[in-house]
Design a protein around this ligand. Structure first.
Ligand code: ADP
Ligand code: MG
Length: 258
């Protein structure tokens, strides 16, 4: 039995449409995306520039809401939530990792990792414990007094991963996490994601690079705001698609399955 058949969905998008209004122009960023992702899945999202990858990640990460369609995350329907409810869900369930690390240059590593906990209203002693644990997970506890500019690119991305981990999120969302790194450092970062996945973390990442996507167990390709293909590394179509009977919507021949 494959992974997708074993896992229960922790997030589900149904007929999600995202349309941006630009003056009297409409930009169709997502056109009817239906998708389930299960606990402990490791998913790569690929597709040409402008195909809707960031829009999809923003919706999954509760940074944005669909124009129409529904989105449930951790059993909650998020499409109808207020800004502050969304922020709360985001804090509890999602850890973000960005291509450009997004660390605060003037703060030391410890403070960078602690910051989301301060915003989350966590008390000082617990903040310290959690931040130290997260830094230990990425192997940078000894560097906690250093500032980001005293670290290499790979170490900075590890700090960003530690920051993403401090709330013990259900899902890590990473938008081109190796995009600014040389290939050896990128491989080290991907090994870290592999370890987190093996420890039970659910990971969804955007990448342009096949060798990065190969770390994932499932690859979703977007084109023109639609899912072009959705395949497990084994070459199978995820069971969640077959069970809905919607696999007929996908071009399986071009994906090398049929
Ligand atoms: P990708 O990440 O795959 O490059 P995006 O999700 O960023 O694609 O964009 C999908 C489409 O939506 C593009 O045509 C883009 O120009 C458009 N788009 C994205 N964000 C906005 C926005 N805030 N306002 C208007 N159009 C947007
Ligand atoms: Mg993008």
């Amino acid at each position: 039995m494959n992974k997708a058949q074993n896992s229960s969905a922790i997030l589900a998008l149904k007929d999600v449409v995202k349309t941006y209004e630009m003056g009297d122009q409409k930009v169709h960023a997502l056109r009817c995306v239906t998708l389930d992702i299960g606990d402990n899945e490791y998913v790569a999202i690929m597709g040409p520039s402008g195909s809707g990858k960031s829009t999809l990640m923003n919706i999954i990460g509760c940074l944005d809401v669909p124009t129409t369609g529904s989105y449930s995350l951790g059993g909650e329907m998020v499409a109808s939530k207020s800004e502050s409810e969304l922020a709360d869900i985001r804090n509890r369930l999602i850890g973000f990792v960005f291509q450009t690390f997004n660390l605060i240059p003037r703060a030391d590593i410890f403070h960078n990792v602690e910051l989301p906990l301060i915003y989350g209203g966590v008390a000082k002693a617990e903040r310290r414990e959690r931040a130290m644990f997260a830094l230990q997970q990425v192997g940078l506890k000894e560097r906690m007094k250093h500032r980001p500019n005293e670290l290499s690119g790979g170490q900075r991305q590890r700090v960003a991963i530690a920051r993403a981990l401090v709330f013990n999120p259900t899902i890590i969302l990473a938008d081109e996490p190796t995009g600014n790194l040389d290939s050896k450092t990128g491989d080290e970062i991907m090994s870290m994601f592999d370890e987190l996945h093996a420890a039970g973390q659910t990971i969804i990442l955007v990448t342009h690079e096949d060798h990065v996507a190969r770390h994932a167990h499932r690859t979703i390709r977007l084109r023109d705001g639609k899912i072009e293909s959705d395949l497990l590394a084994s070459g199978q179509v995820p069971a969640s698609l077959l069970s809905r009977g919607s696999a007929a919507n996908y071009d399986l021949s071009s994906a090398g399955v049929a």
